[in-house]
Write a protein of this length. Structure first.
Length: 148
């Protein structure tokens, strides 16, 4: 299974919201800057994440994207399925018209279930803990400048 760039960026965006803003509303441009993701592409990804009820959007000066559920309740599997679709290793359509028991679809189906379970074991909160352990700075990566 190969993860698309869109999926990887989606995971990074949800991590960013949880890690840098504790799941609260975060401007897409701030996420794009911190995660080095093109803003227009990120906005497209957020549409898919909204449809899957992983993020919520709020307009206005204090608006932005926020997590729709707690970070520990959102898994990598949720993001993969929202952006890429079902977690399948291969197309399991019948390879032959024979009425014999088919070994390969069963094996690949079992492997796909295990891969899906592995994605479902890792939450966005787990990624935040790993980020802290690695010493990633929380909050804005660039300090605000004030002019008087």
């Amino acid at each position: 299974m190969k993860l698309s760039t869109k999926t990887r960026y989606g995971v990074r965006a949800l991590f960013d919201i949880a890690f840098h803003n504790q799941g609260r509303a975060t401007q897409a441009r701030d996420i794009a800057r911190r995660q080095d993701v093109p803003l227009r592409y990120l906005e497209q990804i957020f549409q898919e994440l909204r449809r899957a009820h992983l993020v919520e959007a709020k307009r206005g000066p204090r608006g932005g994207y926020s997590l729709a559920r707690a970070a520990e309740a959102i898994t990598l599997g949720d993001v993969v399925r929202a952006v890429q679709g079902p977690i399948d290793l291969i197309d399991l359509a019948p390879a032959s018209r024979a009425k014999k028991p088919a070994l390969w679809p069963n094996i690949w189906g079992e492997v796909a279930q295990k891969v899906s379970a592995a994605f479902d074991e890792v939450s966005i909160e787990d990624l935040c803990r790993r980020g802290e352990a690695l010493g990633i700075h929380r909050g804005d990566s660039q300090p605000h400048m004030y002019f008087i």
